[in-house]
Every structure is written in structure tokens, then in C-alpha cells.
Design a protein around this ligand. Structure first.
Ligand code: ADP
Ligand code: MP5
Length: 280
């Protein structure tokens, strides 16, 4: 029998199903990984924005993590919306306690509609407590600017930020995502030794709700299955590029991406694997 690989997401719930826990579990499932969740906050949210955030008490978050890891186990863990410093500290403690090495930290800060998903007071905890435990941190450009205090405009700035997250803050690797720059989006991975750039064609769309969650969940899924970091990021880039290109067009605002597209790419309901240029 094939082994069952398992991944846990510690993140917020998006009632609209496009980001957060829902995006993560859909992505795990499409990549043949058994998905589990520890919910940090429930958001009432749709493609138009977030109109309510209901934090789960710390004890509830801790119990979800203990319940899952204590019984089922997780081959990889990813984090999303953690909102408060106490939550970040709790998650860091759990990661250390359970010796989780394949930890992907997506430093979610602001939803596409502008709602803040991370208190400003959490930024230090993120930098000092969680990032040092990460196998990979996956900031977009505004998040990388907050973490590093740098202004990021050029590809070189993205590289410098990735290096700072690794060398100064102690993550094993960082990928700075380029979706917020103009032109074809290039993501820059620094693995502690080398840079790798992943460039896909930009698809003009407003339906990019949950792109960051989906991308980091795909990386976590691939790591859970034993992929190298480089292969995991490459697959995740293909997964997110297809998911964006095959937009579902749901809702009146920033709609979700298409989590089916990657696994249907060879059966006619998707596309062939998109061209993604990789350079060092
Ligand atoms: N319009 C687009 N077309 C193709 N790829 C995109 C587009 N927007 C974002 N991406 C890719 O989606 C992923 C998430 O992007 P980004 O927008 O930078 O982060 P976030 O969703 O966290 O804000 C990255 O791999 C990025 O390159
Ligand atoms: C619960 C939750 N978590 C994360 C995001 C960020 O989503 P995006 O990938 O669009 O920045 C979100 N909108 N809601």
C-alpha cells in the first residue's frame, strides 16, 4: 500500500473557501496529501472582503495541535493567519515540542481587500520566535518589507530580503514572491547557499484571493511527501500558476483560484504544465 503523507495547517478559516484553512486543505488534497487543521481564528469573509474576525482561545488552538500531532502525526506543518503575539508564541512552542522540522511559515499580514490579519504587535514575535524555526518562509513583497524593514523594488532587493530572512533571522530558506511587482511574476528562493528564480507569465485577473495560502500549502504538501525544497517550490509555482490561469470567476470581488486545475492539467480540464523559467 502507498504510504499516507500528512500535513497540518495552523491558520484562519475563510468562510468564502478561497484562502486560509480552506485553501490549504483543498491544496493538500489535490496533491494527494492528507490534510488536517488547527484553526486560529474564524473569519466571515467572501470575495468582497473580511467583515468579521473571531479569535479562537489559546487553549483551543493548543488542543487542536496536540490532538492532531499526538495521534495522527504530521509530515509537514504550515502556518497562515496567526494574528496575535500569544498565538505565534504558542505555535513556536508546539513546533519545538514536537520537533517539527518541515515548517513552512507564510507570514500572512493583510487580506487582499485590505483587512489586517496580523496585529502590529505580532511582528517581533514572528521575526524572533517563529521565523528561526522555519524550513521556509514565504512572504510577498509587502510582508518581506515589514519583516526586514527594507524597501523592495527590484529583483536584487528581493534577493537581499531573502538573504536577510535567512542569515539575520535564522530561517533555513526564504522565497520572496513577486506577484506584487509589475510584469511576469518572479519568485526568488534563497536556500542558504544559492538563489533560484521562478518566473511564470502574468495572467491579468482580479481573482487572486488565496494565492499566497495556496502556494505555501502546495510547498508544504510536497515537502510532506519527501520532495526537496527546490522541487517543492517548482511544483507549487506550477500549481498556483494553473490555479490563477483557470480562474473560477466566483463572487463579485477578488475571487478564489482554481484548486482543481493542476491535477486536471493532462486530462483536458486544465492546461499543459505552464512554462516556468527557472534560473539560478
Ligand atoms: N497575476 C498573476 N499571474 C500569475 N502568477 C501570479 C499572479 N499574481 C501572483 N502570482 C503568483 O502567485 C503566488 C503568490 O503571489 P503574491 O501575490 O506575490 O503573494 P500573496 O498572494 O501572498 O500576496 C506567487 O507565486 C506569484 O508569483
Ligand atoms: C483566513 C485568511 N487567511 C489568509 C488570507 C490571505 O489571503 P491572500 O492569499 O489572498 O493574501 C485571508 N484572506 N484569510
Amino acid at each position: 500500500m502507498k504510504p499516507i503523507y500528512k500535513a497540518l495547517t495552523i491558520a484562519g478559516s475563510d468562510s468564502g473557501g478561497g484562502a486560509g484553512i480552506q485553501a490549504d486543505i483543498k491544496t493538500f488534497q489535490m496533491l494527494d496529501v492528507y490534510g488536517m487543521s488547527a484553526i486560529t481564528a474564524v473569519t466571515s469573509q467572501n470575495t468582497l472582503g473580511v467583515n468579521g474576525i473571531y479569535d479562537i482561545p489559546l487553549e483551543g488552538i493548543e488542543r487542536q495541535i496536540e490532538a492532531v500531532i499526538g495521534d495522527i502525526g504530521a509530515d509537514a506543518v504550515k502556518t497562515g493567519m496567526l494574528s496575535k503575539p500569544e498565538v505565534i508564541e504558542l505555535v513556536a512552542e508546539q513546533v519545538r515540542k514536537h520537533r517539527i522540522s518541515k515548517l513552512v511559515v507564510d507570514p500572512v499580514m493583510i487580506a487582499k481587500g485590505g483587512a489586517s490579519l496580523l496585529a502590529e504587535s505580532s511582528q517581533d514575535a514572528l521575526r524572533l520566535k517563529l521565523i528561526p524555526l522555519a524550513a521556509l518562509v514565504t512572504p510577498n513583497i509587502p510582508e518581506a518589507e515589514v519583516i526586514t524593514g527594507m524597501t523592495i523594488e527590484t529583483l536584487q532587493d528581493m534577493k537581499d530580503a531573502a538573504v536577510k530572512i535567512v542569515e539575520q533571522y535564522g530561517a533555513a530558506a526564504a522565497v520572496v514572491k513577486g506577484g506584487h511587482r509589475l510584469g511576469d511574476p518572479t519568485d526568488v528562493l534563497f536556500d542558504g547557499r544559492q538563489f533560484h528564480e521562478f518566473t511564470a507569465e502574468r495572467y491579468e485577473t482580479r481573482h487572486t484571493h488565496g494565492t499566497g495560502c495556496t502556494f505555501s500549502a502546495a510547498i508544504a504538501a510536497q515537502l510532506a511527501k519527501g520532495s526537496s525544497l527546490l522541487d517543492a517550490v517548482q511544483t507549487a509555482k506550477q500549481f498556483i500558476t494553473l490555479a490563477i490561469r483557470h480562474e473560477l470567476g466566483i463572487g463579485g470581488g477578488h475571487g478564489p483560484t482554481n484548486h482543481w486545475a493542476y491535477s486536471r492539467r493532462e486530462t483536458g480540464n486544465g492546461d499543459n504544465t505552464p512554462a516556468i523559467k527557472e534560473s539560478e
